[in-house]
Design a protein around this ligand. Sequence first.
Ligand SMILES: [Fe+2]
Length: 338
Amino acid sequence: MPLNVQPLPNSSFGCLVNFSGADDAQAAVSAAEAERNALPEALFASHGLLLMKSMNGINAEPSLLARLSRLFGPEVENYHQALTTSNYVHIEVPEIFIVSNIPPADRAPPARPDPPLTEDGKLPVQFPHRRGWHTDQSYRRPPPDISLFYAAIAAPKNQAQTLYADGIAAYEALPPALKKRVDDLIGIHVKPGAGRAEYAVRAGDEPLPLQAHELPQHQPVVRVHPVTGQRALYLCEAGQMDWIDGPFVGMAPGPDGDGAALLYEIMSHLTQREFVYAHEWDQGDLVIYDNRTLLHAATWFDTDNHERLMWRTTVRGNPGPEYFGERKSWIPATEPNV
Ligand SMILES: [Fe+2]
C-alpha cells in the first residue's frame, strides 16, 4: 500500500500521512511494517513532524503503538528500565509512557499563559508569553531521537493543544551574527523538579542533591540531524535547563547572566508564530515528532471538566556521531547499561 503524504494544514512544516486502503490502525501498522522506510522518510523530509488520523484501534490494542515505534529506530524505550514511576507506565505495554490527568497518572497540565490570549485574540505560542517549551528527555545523554504521541482520550478543541516549533527553519532564519554565536554553544539541561529551574533559582529554592545518574547534561544548541544533515536549534527553557551553572557553558550563569539573556533571545526567535504549529487533538490522532529538530510545549486544559489520556513512546539509538559509544547517563553505574 503506498503512503499518501500531504502538507499538514495550518502549518509551515510537517505532513499528514495515511496508507491507501488501510482503514484501521491494525492495517496501517501492517502497511507501515511492509514499507518500513516510508514513514521515517516522510518524517525526515518534513522537518520532523507527521500526523496520522483515525488510529483509534490503538486504544484496544496498545501494542500497535510499540510496533509502529520500532520502525523509527533500534530501541523503543522500556519505561520500567528508565527509572519512571509505575503510575506513568502502561500496565500491559511498558514502552508506553502515560500523560494524563486521570488517576493514577494524575498529571496536571501547565497553567494558562498570562494573559490567556494574545492582543489579537490568538493562542499564545511565543516564549516567554508561552512557557514550557522543551524537547523530550534532553536531560539525558544520549537524548532520544523520536517520540510518538497518541490521543487515547482527547480533551475538547481549543484547549490541550500541543505546540511544535520547527528548529530547522528557525535555525536557517537566525540573523548571521546570532547564528555564529550559537553554532558552538553548549546548553546545560536538567530534569525538571531538581530545584535548578529558572523559577526555583529566582525563588531561592535549595537545589536537590543529585546522584551521578541525575546530573545535568551538556547538549549542543545546534544539532546536526544524523540522517538529513540539517541543522536545528536544540534548547529548552525554564524548567529543563540548569539555571545554577547554566543555561550555557562558558557564559555568565544564573537567571540574570549573559547566558540567560541569550537563551531568551534564541527561544523567542525559535517560537515565533511562523515556526509554530498548534495541534488540536481528535481522539485517535497520532503525532510522530523528531526531538532532534523540533521543540514542543503543552497547553492548559480544564481538568475539572475533562479527562485526557495520551500515550507516548520514545525511540532512541541514532543521536549522531558526537554521542556514539556513550553509556546512558541516567542508568546508575551499578546497573547494566543496556
Ligand atoms: Fe514532551
